[in-house]
Design a protein around this ligand. Structure first.
Ligand SMILES: [Mg+2]
Length: 250
């Protein structure tokens, strides 16, 4: 279908590799949390109930016991937790308390202006055009909903959060599972055929298509190259510019 005739009610966007460079997440966000965790814990260790709870949860992570073999529980301090957090980040272990702590560190970074959420230059124009046409925009990312909101609220082109009407993370299911997209359509109250999902990952596009969504795969600078087989199976675009003309169905 030519892009001029494409209709949808909701555009569902992935972040990493779709609205935002993969490098921003891996080269800026994760190192920022790793570099600032010690200072952040020092500042909040005694005063924050939220931090006390996160520290308590971190000590219950199974890897904590092996990491701190020689540290008696009474000696758990900022240095021990800082080391453990950096260890978890390096191992890329998906720990809820770690995600919560990273979210708080990033929030401080965004609010101080040290961090700004990267978006590709065509993103703000596309968001504005879709909203102007009466479409809703929703986000589905493996990053937490809180982290998603920070990227768009404090983006390099200003506050884009106002354009977004729904956020989904892996609480709705994993991104390469068809059921996740059925859950999203149900939550949005839309026919899956009226949802256009934009992602850089062919496996996610395939899962969404199985649930009845329209899908397009992004080939942004810095994304992993696609195989010929993947290219043949998916509609491909380099940016959102061809989608400015999206319209609501009749
Ligand atoms: Mg992605």
């Amino acid at each position: 279908m030519p892009s001029t005739e494409r209709v949808a009610k909701v555009v569902l966007v992935d972040i990493e590799g779709t609205t935002t460079s993969i490098g921003f997440v891996h080269d800026i966000l994760f190192p920022y949390a790793k570099n600032n965790v010690e200072k952040f814990l020092e500042d909040s260790w005694d005063s924050s109930v939220e931090i006390k709870e996160i520290v308590r949860q971190l000590q219950q992570v199974p890897q904590f016991a092996e990491y701190t073999l020689r540290v008696p529980p009474t000696d758990v301090d900022v240095q021990v937790i800082t080391g453990f957090v950096r260890y978890l980040i390096d191992k890329d272990l998906k720990v809820t308390a770690l995600k919560a702590l990273q979210g708080l560190i990033w929030q401080q970074g965004y609010e101080s202006g040290e961090l700004m959420g990267h978006v590709f230059t065509d993103v703000p124009g596309a968001f504005a055009a879709w909203r102007e046409a009466g479409l809703r925009i929703a986000v589905y990312s493996s990053g937490s909903v809180a982290a998603q909101k920070l990227i768009f609220k404090h983006s390099v082109v200003g506050d884009l959060l106002t354009h977004l009407s729904a956020h989904f993370d892996t609480h709705v299911g994993h991104k390469q599972e068809t059921q996740s997209y059925a859950n999203i359509a149900k939550t949005l109250g839309e026919d899956p055929r009226h949802i256009l999902f934009l992602t850089d990952t062919p496996g996610e596009a395939a899962a969404a298509r199985s649930a009845g969504l329209q899908t397009i795969v992004l080939q942004r600078p810095g994304n992993a190259p696609l195989t010929d087989d993947q290219k043949s199976r998916h509609e491909l675009i380099a940016d959102f510019s061809s989608l400015h003309t999206l319209q609501l169905p009749e």
